[in-house]
Ligand binder design. Structure first.
Ligand SMILES: Nc1ncnc2c1ncn2[C@@H]1O[C@H](COP(=O)(O)OP(=O)(O)O)[C@@H](O)[C@H]1O
Ligand SMILES: [Mg+2]
Length: 444
C-alpha cells in the first residue's frame, strides 16, 4: 500500500520509520521533510492545513492510507475532508476530535460514560468562575477549554493563583478563543501515565502505557515543554491494569461517542492519574504523543502499515498489534533556552557515529547486547548540506533493550555522542523506575 503521513516532527519520523519497514508498505509520503524523514519518505509539498490540497495529492498519488500526526488538522476536520472524497484516513472526525479540542466536551463525555475523572465545572463568566473557586474546599486546576499548545493549564497551589489564572484566561484573553471558556477542576495527586488505544467505533485494541516527562529540567523542575523524554512499558503497570483502563475508560468512552452519533476512530490517548488503587482521567488526546510515539514505535514489532490500515478500515480485530515486552526509552535533545527563546541554525555533530554505515565499537557492543538505537529528527534541517538545528526539540534519541536500565544506558551513551551549541537534555528519564543519583529507588 501507499501511505501518506501528515506532520513534520519526531513523532512523524518515528511513524515513517516503522511504516518504511512494513512489508505491506511500498510507497511512503510525508508533508514533513526534515533530513531524517526525507531519507525514507517522498515529500508531499502541501501545507498540513490545506485540506483540499492534501486530499487532491492523496487522490492523485492513489494513497491507500493517510495517517495524521498532530492534533491541529484533526481538530480542523481533515478526516471529514478526506472521507467526503472516499479516501482512507486514520483519525477522528472534527466532531470526535473535540475529545481533545474541548476539555469541557471531554468532561461531559466522561461524566455520561461513567469514566472516573476529577470534579469540574466550566465557565465563560469571570464572576461566576471566581465565586466558584472561592467556594471550593480543595485546590484546583484551571484549564483553557481549547487547544493552547500545552500551555493552557495552571495547576494552582492556592486560591490566589487560581484567581490569577482565571483573570488571565477570561479577562486578559491570554489564550485567545481557546481560553474564552475555562474548566475549573479539582486538583489530584498521584502518578501520571499515558495510555494509548487504536479505535474504530466501539472496537479498540490497547497499545499500552507510556510515561513522559514534560518539565524541562531534571526532577520535574522548570516550565513544561512538549515533552523531554518517555519510556515504555511501565514495569509497575501490567496487562491486567491495561485491561482495567480498557474497561473503565476506553470502551465506555467509545460507547458514549457512538451513542452521541459521533463515533471515534483513530488513536485515543488517555492522560491518567493513578492515586493508590484509584484511577482518574485527566484528559484525552486524539493522536500519538511526542515523544511517546517514538518509544512505542521502537517497541512495535508488527507490520505498522497493515495494523493502521486495518483500524482505519474498521477491521480493528485484524489490527494484530505486536508490541515487544522489551523496554524503549526516548530522550529529547533540545535547544538551549527551550521552551522559551532559542537559537536555530547551529551545526549538529556526531550523529554519523550512531546512524552512519561505519561500524564502531559502540555499535558492536549494542549489537551484542541486542540493543537497538535510533535517532529521530524533530527540529533539524540542512544548511549548505550540513545538518543544523531548526527547532526547540531537535533530535529524539531512542533505544530499545531487554530492561529499562539497559535502554536508558544505551540512549544516554548515544546522546552523549551528539553535539550542538547549547544542547540540553534531561538526565533522569525513567527516574520513577530507576531513581536518580541523589534519590535512588531501592529495586528490592
Ligand atoms: N486535575 C488535575 N490534578 C492535578 N494535575 C493536573 C490535573 N489536570 C491536569 N493536571 C496537570 O496538568 C498537565 C496538563 O493538563 P492536561 O489536562 O493534560 O492538559 P494539556 O495537555 O492540554 O495541557 C497534566 O499533564 C498534569 O500534570
Ligand atoms: Mg496533557
Amino acid at each position: 500500500m501507499k501511505v501518506l503521513v501528515i506532520g513534520k516532527g519526531g513523532r512523524e519520523h518515528a511513524l515513517c520509520w516503522r511504516l518504511h519497514q512494513s512489508p505491506s508498505v511500498w510507497g511512503l509520503y510525508c508533508t514533513g521533510d526534515n533530513p531524517g524523514i526525507a531519507k525514507i519518505a517522498e515529500p508531499c509539498r502541501v501545507s498540513s492545513s490545506d485540506f483540499d490540497g492534501l486530499a487532491a495529492f492523496a487522490a492523485r498519488e492513489k494513497i491507500d492510507l493517510t495517517v495524521v500526526g498532530p492534533e491541529d488538522p484533526l481538530a480542523a476536520g481533515v478526516v471529514d475532508h478526506f472521507k467526503a472524497r472516499g479516501l482512507t484516513i486514520l483519525g477522528p472526525s472534527k466532531a470526535a476530535a473535540q475529545l481533545e479540542a474541548s476539555k469541557s466536551f471531554a468532561k461531559s463525555v466522561m461524566r455520561a460514560a461513567g469514566v472516573p475523572t476529577a470534579a469540574a465545572e466550566s465557565f465563560t463568566d469571570i464572576t461566576e468562575a471566581l465565586d466558584y473557586v472561592r467556594s471550593r474546599p480543595y485546590r484546583v486546576v484551571v484549564k483553557a477549554d481549547g487547544l493552547a499548545l500545552g500551555k493552557g493549564v495552571t495547576v494552582c497551589q492556592d486560591l490566589g493563583q487560581a484567581e490569577a489564572a482565571i483573570v488571565e484566561a477570561l479577562e486578559r484573553k491570554r489564550f485567545g478563543a481557546a481560553g474564552a471558556r475555562i474548566l475549573i477542576e479539582e486538583r489530584l495527586e498521584g502518578e501520571e501515565l499515558s495510555f494509548f488505544a487504536l479505535c474504530n467505533g466501539v472496537e479498540a485494541v490497547p497499545l499500552g502505557f507510556v510515561q513522559d516527562h514534560k518539565a524541562v529540567f531534571d526532577g520535574d523542575q522548570g516550565p513544561n515543554t512538549g515533552g523531554m523524554g518517555a519510556y515504555s512499558p511501565l514495569p509497575h503497570y501490567d496487562d491486567a491494569f491495561a485491561e482495567r483502563v480498557m474497561t473503565e475508560v476506553i470502551r465506555p468512552t467509545l460507547h458514549e461517542m457512538a451513542r452521541r452519533d459521533i463515533p471515534f476512530s483513530g488513536i485515543l490517548f488517555a492522560g491518567l492519574m493513578v492515586t493508590g488503587t484509584r484511577l482518574n482521567v485527566l484528559e484525552y488526546n486524539v493522536r500519538f504523543g511526542d515523544p511517546e510515539c517514538e518509544s512505542l514505535m521502537m517497541r512495535f514489532d508488527g507490520d505498522l502499515g497493515a495494523t493502521l490500515g486495518a483500524v482505519a478500515e474498521g477491521r480493528v480485530r485484524d489490527a494484530a498489534v505486536r508490541l515487544s515486552p522489551q523496554s524503549a526509552v526516548a530522550v529529547v535533545l533540545a535547544s538551549g533556552g527551550y521552551p522559551g527563546e532559542y537559537r536555530t541554525g547551529l551545526p549538529i555533530g556526531g550523529l554519523e557515529q550512531i546512524d552512519g554505515d561505519e561500524p564502531s565499537a559502540l555499535k558492536t557492543r549494542w549489537a551484542i547486547k541486542r540493543t537497538r538505537v535510533k535517532v529521530f529528527h524533530a527540529g533539524t534541517t540542512l544548511a549548505d548540506g550540513a545538518l543544523v538545528t531548526n527547532g526547540g526539540r531537535v533530535l529524539v534519541v531512542t533505544a530499545r533493550a531487554e530492561s529499562v536500565q539497559q535502554a536508558v544506558a544505551a540512549a544516554y551513551e548515544a546522546a552523549d555522542l551528539i553535539r550542538f551549541d547549547g544542547l540540553h537534555l534531561r538526565r533522569d528519564i525513567a527516574y520513577r523506575v530507576l531513581g536518580t543519583p541523589t534519590n535512588p529507588i531501592n529495586p528490592g
